[in-house]
Design a protein around this ligand. Structure first.
Ligand code: NAD
Length: 265
């Protein structure tokens, strides 16, 4: 098991990528705190982990709130005795150009997506130091790597997560703490399912990924488990792209038909 004896926190763990990651962390032997602003849903995920024989604690948290994040970390250490892994995964998206977006929308998204990573590190690092090291994983996005029109604050916040990750990795490397980000492509989660009902959004998204499909939450969880585990012990400060070939593909599509001449009917 990749995470035997480790203790981890996953935020945004009531749904989507976070829920899949909490389940996988537990299946790999970690004791896991299932943290989310939706307490009842977090409890459902924690119960499903316990039903499968894992160790899980549900905690209600608002990742944008300092006292709430401090309490989440404290509850984890009280329940499981230590902290090795923090997966800052909770996030939110409010669409809009700079003209359309309200100042309140800007501040809310930056708080949930970026302040959360700062707060998580602030309260988790001392416990990781006490444990002799640890792994911080932050969910960024491919939206943090290119200018995603129509979602300016989301794009800005995810770019900030990537560079904050680099700064954290530098500061805490001497304590044996690694920090990495994951940049997912489009992943089939409840908010994405809602967005994909609009016009040709689904077809355009599928075509944008070289693998010709959207990703599954479990495919991001697999990257998170690797980053949480000692298998990635020499990896820090990175933004790992898990996007089904979205970034690799030219917006022009293929320049030539890749099939050999005799197979082009
Ligand atoms: N699904 C995608 O295509 C995709 C792509 C790139 C990045 N992401 C990122 O992945 C992460 C997870 O997204 P998802 O698609 O699984 O969405 P999701 O809605 O299924 O899960 C997000 C969870 O975060 C929780 N949450 C929201 N605000 C919170 C707060 N203030 N405090 C605590 N919990 C809060 C929600 O209750 C929800 O359970 C986000 O950071 C998102 O930006 C998603």
């Amino acid at each position: 098991m990749l995470l035997g004896d480790k203790v981890g926190i996953v935020t945004g763990a009531a749904s989507g990528i976070g829920a899949a990651s909490a389940r996988r962390f537990a299946a790999e032997g970690a004791a896991v705190t299932v943290a989310d602003i939706r307490r009842a849903k977090a409890e459902e995920v924690a119960q499903s982990i316990r039903d499968a024989g894992g160790l899980a604690l549900a905690v209600e948290v608002d990742v944008a709130d300092a006292a709430s994040v401090a309490a989440m970390v404290q509850a984890t250490v009280e329940a499981f005795g230590r902290l090795d892994v923090l997966f800052n995964n909770a996030g939110t998206l409010r669409p809009g150009t700079a003209v359309e977006l309200s100042v309140e929308d800007w501040d809310a998204v930056m708080a949930v997506n970026v302040r959360s990573v700062f707060l998580g590190a602030k309260y988790a690092v001392p416990h990781m130091e006490a444990a002799g090291g640890g792994s911080i994983i932050n969910t960024a996005s491919i939206s943090g790597l290119h200018g995603d029109g129509g979602a300016v604050v989301y794009a800005a916040s995810k770019a900030a997560v990537i560079n904050l990750t680099r700064a954290l990795s530098t500061d805490h490397a001497p304590s044996g703490i690694r920090a990495n980000a994951i940049c997912p492509g489009t992943i089939e989660t409840p908010p994405v399912a809602r967005m994909m009902t609009q016009g040709d959004a689904l077809a355009r998204n599928v075509a944008a990924h070289a693998l010709g499909r959207l990703g599954r939450p479990e495919e991001i969880a697999a990257a998170a488990v690797w980053l949480a585990s000692d298998e990635s012990s020499f990896v820090t400060g990175e933004a790992i792209v898990v996007d089904g070939g979205l970034r690799a593909q030219s917006p022009l599509g293929r320049l030539a038909d890749p099939r050999p001449a005799h197979r082009r009917a």
